[in-house]
Design a protein around this ligand. Structure first.
Ligand code: PLP
Length: 393
């Protein structure tokens, strides 16, 4: 073949993180067939869908089998019933989002990866460490990225760059953060909103873990004054209601968002109408059910379960004097590898000494070197067993 490929793909780091982890774990299990291994590296939910969601899936699927209630292509931006329910969710958070500003998707990852379609060649600012999709999707379209480092001094909540040249940029913020579990306060977010407004920049705010917040911290960027003029918010039913395998999310593009007189919502609507054919009717009904009173009750008991696991781990590391972020308002614990170990060295130590699998921090960016992510998505029993084993850490 002699076609031109998108050479930008050569600039994306091959990440063998999860396959390297699987290889190491398999080799360990082969050498130690008796060993019981507890996997705390997964970022996927493990509890089943809340019952109101399953009921809605079944009843909507039944409707699809009856001539009178069968539905074909769904609307590209989502059914009104779900856009209204998501708008209602924001009302409960004290924020005014019109249904027409809600774009239903098959998950946050697709929207985060697709948003560069409507954006030109702007500088990109991304905190490090963070969910790798922001960096990779921008590298794929040949963008130049500036990383702002999280570290112990800023509690893994980097502030806007002080010596910035003022160019309008695209800024990614994830709060609560994956992998660090760190959550911006209203003041911390306001600094980014003020920076975006001052430089004519756009914030892409990822609130996928919003439901894990229990303290008085912002659940949505729109709690910050001025954010509707500078921020798109991308969110998901994945961690909120256990939809990682069911697939549904949403993106808010406020009407106020304009660049040089062009509405961003117009471009996003055009992009979605051209390249996306919507989310299936039963899945949208299930998503709607998750936002009902019964659905919210059921899903918050799942979230409390994970948060209890996170709290147990946080107590352990606190008692050992090990620096960590997260563990509260998040399913993630991000800890500093003891004894100045590197992430992979600590991975081997955790596996061979305690039979516990986590994720080395370098998998989430350079600033993750020497750190390690554990997740609260395992069962309570396994989490308690892991904590018992780590008594000797
Ligand atoms: N955003 C963050 C920060 C995530 O960690 C994840 C998944 O782990 C996603 C988005 C993806 O969400 P979805 O399942 O809706 O694609």
């Amino acid at each position: 073949m002699n076609i031109k490929l998108n050479d930008n793909f050569n600039n994306i780091k091959e990440t063998y993180l999860f396959s390297d982890i699987a290889k190491k774990v398999n080799a360990y299990k082969e050498a130690n067939p008796e060993a019981s291994v507890i996997r705390m590296g997964i970022g996927d939910v493990t509890l089943p869908l809340p019952k109101p969601c399953v009921d809605a899936l079944i009843s909507a699927s039944n409707e699809m089998g009856i001539k009178e209630t069968f539905r074909g292509y769904p609307p590209e931006y989502g059914y009104d019933f779900l856009r209204d329910a998501i708008s209602g969710h924001y009302t409960k958070l004290g924020v005014d989002i019109a249904s027409s500003e809600v774009f239903v998707s098959d998950g946050a990852k697709s929207d985060l990866g697709n948003l560069p379609d409507i954006l030109g060649d702007n500088p990109i600012i991304i905190p490090d460490p963070v969910y790798p999709v922001y960096v990779d999707s921008n590298l794929m379209s040949g963008r130049k990225i500036t990383l702002v480092s999280g570290n112990e001094a800023n509690g893994f909540l980097p502030e806007p760059p002080k010596d910035y040249n003022g160019a309008s940029a695209i800024i990614y913020i994830c709060s609560p953060n994956n992998p660090t579990g760190a959550v911006y306060t209203a003041e911390g977010l306001k600094a980014w909103v003020d920076f975006a407004l001052a430089t004519g920049s756009l914030i892409i705010f990822d609130s996928a873990y919003e439901a894990f917040i229990s303290e008085d911290l912002p659940h949505t960027i729109y709690e910050i004054e001025g954010a509707k003029s500078c921020a798109i918010e991308v969110s998901s039913f994945s961690k909120f209601a256990g939809f990682t395998g069911t697939r549904c999310g949403w993106t808010i593009v406020p009407e106020e968002l304009e660049s040089n007189g062009v509405k961003l919502s117009k471009f996003w609507a055009r992009r979605q109408a051209t390249k996306f054919n919507g989310v299936s009717y039963p899945v949208q009904r299930a998503a709607e059910a998750s936002l009902s009173e019964e659905g919210l009750k059921a899903l918050s008991s799942n979230i409390e379960y994970y948060k209890h696991n996170a709290m147990l781990m946080a107590d352990l590391f606190r008692s050992k004097g090990i620096y960590f972020t997260g563990g509260k308002n998040s399913p993630y614990i991000w800890l500093k590898c003891p004894g100045n170990m590197g992430g992979w060295e600590f991975f081997d130590y955790m596996l061979t000494r305690f039979g516990i699998v986590g994720t080395p921090g370098e998998g989430f960016g350079e600033a993750g070197n020497g750190f390690f992510r554990l997740t609260a998505f395992n069962s309570l029993e396994n989490t308690e067993e892991a904590i018992r084993r780590l008594g000797d850490l």
